[in-house]
Design a binder for this molecule. Structure first.
Ligand code: ASP
Ligand code: MG
Length: 436
């Protein structure tokens, strides 16, 4: 059985839902994971924000606006009075429930419940729509099987067991619809797999049923070997190794949430990225197979800050790097690139929330310099160190560009350059010209 996941924009309106319904009713039995309709989770976050700030009036205004929008969706989605009525009752139920949270203490727990409503609504809407069209569709409640353990990590044994129980209740269905993103935690409370977590749900569900394929459907034109907004003449990437996808996931290659990769990789289930706008296009397949000695893609990430700590004390010392890294850890700031010499270390970060505190602390250990408005450009492909020529080719493409850091050897699939953001376009074009 396949698992198909559709993101928020793919189910973002009644007409888009109808398109998805066409794609999932080909007679093959499948599990379909849906996100909330686009914008909904953000709006629920906004509502929660008002409630944290003890402003129920502000919250109610947004709740009412969102509810009105949903009433329009319902009106457009269903054809028969029977289903229009069912749909309206569904919306009323969920929105009254959300409203009940404006009257009491609002904490993290209540927020999780409010955030869960988006996926609960979109899946129920789709399920009713399919039933109205005469499709044998069943809702699989994610809150009955999707669970995290005490470390807030998904619990694959529980998920597999409970998901099978749910499937066994409805053996003859054509389409099983379930909610992405939402789950229960180790204590049974409603929780979620973090923003964008629907891809993760799809991957966990795929692994739990040993799916033949996990399909991630979005409305963006599939994976390209460079950024089509910046570089002319990019080509689609048809095949990626899971590790290559993991490298690219960080670089705003917004096609796949990074967390989605691991469960599919371990279960050895291929993930296919597909485009709802072009359903017949082959898309991009991600698997454990490598295309030997091939460079797949170039990607870039902006808003990077580089920090250099230079210290005579680093020479022949041990423990210096630990002290430096601990400072970043204490401010919950993750480091992306690292380069070291005998007397200095440079790192890059993309979260500058605590930059000033970090710099203050680092000054205890050395002379600190900062370069902002930088950009990481990475080349991804089969870059095993024993393959020769790739580094030289990539470096050669950068010959006219000032390079602040170079990182190679961290994995077999990546070489990264840190350059000025203002040189990004030139760098991407030049890499494209010489690598593809
Ligand atoms: N609806 C959730 C979000 O917007 C989950 C998802 O779409 O993947 O983050
Ligand atoms: Mg999403």
């Amino acid at each position: 059985m396949k698992v198909l996941k559709f993101g928020g924009t793919s189910v973002g309106s009644a007409s888009r839902m109808k398109e998805v319904a066409k794609l999932i009713t080909d007679g093959e039995q499948k599990i379909v994971v849906l996100s909330a309709m686009s914008g909904t989770t953000n709006t629920l976050v906004e509502i929660s924000d008002y409630l944290y700030k003890k402003n129920p009036e502000g919250a109610n205004e947004i709740i009412n606006r969102l509810e009105a929008k949903y009433r329009e969706h319902i009106d457009q989605l269903y054809a028969t009075p029977e289903y229009k009525k069912k749909g309206m009752e569904l919306i009323t139920g969920h929105f009254d429930y959300i409203r009940s949270y404006t009257k009491d203490l609002f904490t993290l727990f209540e927020e999780k419940v409010v955030l869960a409503q988006g996926e609960l609504i979109s899946t129920a809407m789709m399920n009713y729509y399919l039933q109205e069209c005469g499709v044998k569709s069943v809702l699989l409640p994610a809150l009955e099987f999707m669970r995290t353990d005490k470390n807030a990590e998904p619990d694959p044994v529980y998920i597999k067991d409970k998901l099978h129980n749910q499937l066994d209740l409805h053996p003859g269905a054509e389409v099983y619809i379930t909610q992405g993103f939402i789950c229960r935690n180790a204590y049974g409370e409603i929780d979620n797999l973090q923003r964008g977590g629907s891809d993760y749900t799809a991957s966990l569900v795929g692994a739990a049923i040993n799916a033949s394929e996990i399909q991630i459907w979005t409305d963006i034109d599939g994976m390209h070997n460079n950024d089509p907004r910046i570089v002319d003449q990019t080509q689609p990437v048809r095949h990626l190794h899971f590790e290559e996808a993991a490298e690219l996931a960080y670089f705003g290659a917004k096609i796949l949430h990074p967390t989605c990769i691991q469960p599919a990789k371990y279960a050895n289930i291929p993930v296919r990225l597909l485009n709802t706008m072009e359903p017949d296009a082959p898309g991009t397949i991600i698997s454990n197979e490598t295309e030997k000695e091939k460079i797949k893609a170039v990607a870039a990430k902006d808003n990077i800050t580089a920090i250099k700590i230079k210290s005579g004390r680093m020479l022949l010392a041990y423990g210096f790097l630990r002290k430096v890294f601990e400072i970043f850890e204490s401010y919950q700031t993750s480091i992306d690139m690292i380069c070291t010499s005998e007397v200095g270390v440079s790192v890059s970060i993309d979260n500058t929330k605590h930059l000033n505190e970090i710099l203050d602390d680092l000054k205890k250990y050395g002379t600190v310099t900062v370069d902002s408005d930088m950009c990481i450009v990475c080349v991804v492909g089969d870059l095993d160190w024993e393959n020769i020529g790739f580094e030289a080719k990539a470096l050669d493409a950068m010959r006219d560009i000032p390079v602040r850091m170079i990182s190679f050897g961290g994995s077999n699939y990546n070489i990264s350059f840190l350059i000025r953001e203002s040189d990004k376009k030139r760098a991407l074009q030049s890499l494209s010209d010489s690598l593809f």
